[in-house]
Design a protein around this ligand. Structure first.
Ligand SMILES: NC(=O)C1=CN([C@@H]2O[C@H](COP(=O)(O)OP(=O)(O)OC[C@H]3O[C@@H](n4cnc5c(N)ncnc54)[C@H](O)[C@@H]3O)[C@@H](O)[C@H]2O)[C@@H](O)CC1
Ligand SMILES: [K+]
Length: 498
């Protein structure tokens, strides 16, 4: 699991570590990591033209000490001093090594630009002259290495209040910062490089966590030797309507591909006909009234994709939510609970999977505000509604009260197409039915969905059904295709040992 921290958390850890080390040690560690990345980007360091944008704090100090190391190796390094003051010792060392103070016109000639304007000490939108320098640097087209955080991105939240550096590489010191992983900030970081400065054991519990392939390998349910279709997890799907039949087909498809032992689909004639045609594996209940009474036992429900928002759908939703198993609510299901929050009063777990517009309706916020500050709103929603929230979008985030928010980084913009959300709800629902908690089902579901989306797209447009079809391959790429050993393999193994 990768972990990330707010600026305050990092500062606290740095403070403790610094007290145990000679002054300046951390900055030297940061600078040598930074210089190594710059050298790699320059290729030939000797004669390379590097321009440092130097702010008034220690972020500028990092840039100056890295500039010194590059100058010593023969690079032609200039520093644009943008702040009202400059890290004194850093500047003196830089000049001693042959670095020069230049004006901003030098940017035009740069082979590489180093953004040392502000790091974790920044507050609010960039002030002048930083803002103007950032716009100029972005326009040049030379690679930009951001020191610690691209200036203009809030290290703790990923919010961007105005101009911000578009980095080719961000070299971050000691630990990942939350804002580097969450959009809109994440879109500014380019490649993320972590420099170890020894902070590790001083870090508190993380602010956010990112699942890795290894985590998925451990968390994904695998069928045991003694299993059967019921024990693997039965998912109920209440989705689709006379008007929207496709949502039902896609949700059931996502669920079957993500490993549900059985999917029980309940709906009216038109979606039932479609689900039957696409997925003969699904067990169907044709509803003549909005009740799940005759559906049979399930371990979890998916409620809402394409369900409609009228009285019939409301009554069906009330029935599903009155059950005693976990329920994933998506799409029209979210519109229904936005109008009648009482539906959420239940003792079994609830996972909701809104996009920003749906979340806006649920908590009475503005869609644009949510997109600009995803973490703030997803956490507020989880606390206010008392449910697990998976907020879809450019960065998918999963929040549950008192747990680190999980950030998914596997997605691709190609997934922004109709019906992919229905597939995700089926997938996460299947993981719920297989016994994962809402928190794990949501974050594993998002990871797999992103990975399947990438595989289905391969750099070209995809249709939602392609994403469901790519799920087994995505799972195989995580598990290496291994399940538990077959009886056959075990016996051969015993033979060899004898
Ligand atoms: N503390 C440490 O031991 C270490 C710090 N390091 C570096 O130090 C950085 C933090 O240094 P500082 O705490 O000095 O803070 P920064 O250098 O990030 O920024 C603080 C300065 O920026 C100005 N500023 C703040 N917001 C601004 C805005 N919106 N527009 C224009 N100017 C603004 C402030 O007036 C202040 O002078 C880290 O990001 C990292 O790069 C690293 O060297 C690792 C070790
Ligand atoms: K910076």
């Amino acid at each position: 699991m990768r972990t990330a921290y707010t600026a305050d958390q990092i500062r606290g850890a740095e403070h403790e570590l610094m007290a145990r080390l000679p002054e300046g040690t951390l900055m030297q560690r940061a600078a040598s990591g930074l210089a190594a990345v710059c050298a790699g980007l320059l290729g030939a360091v000797y004669g390379g033209r590097v321009v440092l944008l130097v702010g008034s704090g220690d972020n500028g100090g990092d840039a100056l000490y890295a500039g010194r190391l590059l100058a010593r190796r023969g690079a032609r390094v200039g520093a644009v001093l943008a702040g009202s003051r400059t890290h004194e010792a850093g500047l003196a060392a830089f000049v001693r090594a042959g670095g020069r103070v230049v004006d901003r016109a030098a940017l035009e000639e740069a082979d590489l630009i180093v953004d040392g304007l502000v790091g974790i000490g920044a507050s609010g939108a960039l002030r002048e002259p930083y803002r103007e320098l950032v716009e100029e640097a972005n326009a040049i087209g030379a690679p930009i290495v951001a020191v610690d955080v691209p200036s203009g991105v809030d290290a703790s939240t990923g919010q961007v209040g105005g101009a911000a550096v578009h980095a080719t590489v961000t070299v971050t010191m000691g630990a990942y910062k939350t804002g580097l992983l969450v959009d809109p900030g994440a879109a500014h970081t380019g490649v993320l490089e972590l420099v170890d400065i020894g902070l590790g054991s001083y870090l508190p519990d993380p602010d956010v966590a990112v699942l890795t392939r290894g985590d998925l390998d451990l968390m994904l349910p695998r069928p045991g030797q003694e299993t059967d279709k019921y024990r693997r997890g039965v998912l109920g799907v209440a989705a689709g309507s006379d008007l929207y039949t496709g949502a039902a087909v896609l949700a059931v498809g996502g669920a079957l591909r993500a490993g549900a032992g059985m999917v029980r689909y309940a709906g009216t004639e038109p979606p039932v006909t479609q689900v039957r045609a696409h997925w003969p594996e699904a067990v169907i209940t044709l509803l003549d009234r909005p009740s799940i009474e005759n559906v049979g036992r399930v371990q979890a429900w998916v409620l809402g994709p394409g369900l409609g928002t009228g009285d019939w759908a409301h009554e069906l939703a009330a029935g599903v939510l009155a059950s005693d198993v976990p329920v994933l609510i998506d799409a029209d299901g979210l519109t229904l609970v936005a109008k009648d929050k009482e539906l959420l009063r239940r003792s079994a777990p609830v996972l909701i999977t809104p996009h920003a517009g749906e979340l806006a309706r649920l908590i009475g916020a503005d869609r644009g505000d949510i997109e600009a500050a995803r973490l703030k709103y997803v956490r507020a929603a989880a606390a206010e509604l008392g449910v697990t929230v998976l907020l879809k979008g450019s960065t998918t985030v999963v929040a549950e009260d008192s747990r680190p928010t999980r950030v998914n980084v596997t997605g691709t913009p190609w997934l922004a197409s109709g019906g992919t959300g229905d597939v995700l709800s089926g997938m996460a629902g299947a993981l719920l039915a297989q016994g994962l908690s809402c928190y794990d089902a949501a974050s594993c579901g998002a990871y797999l969905h992103g990975l399947a989306g990438r595989r289905a797209a391969g750099g070209a447009p995809l249709a939602a059904a392609d994403v469901a079809a790519a799920v087994p391959d995505a799972i195989r790429s995580i598990t290496g295709g291994s399940t538990t050993a077959t009886r056959d393999e075990t016996i051969r193994h015993e033979d060899r040992r004898r």
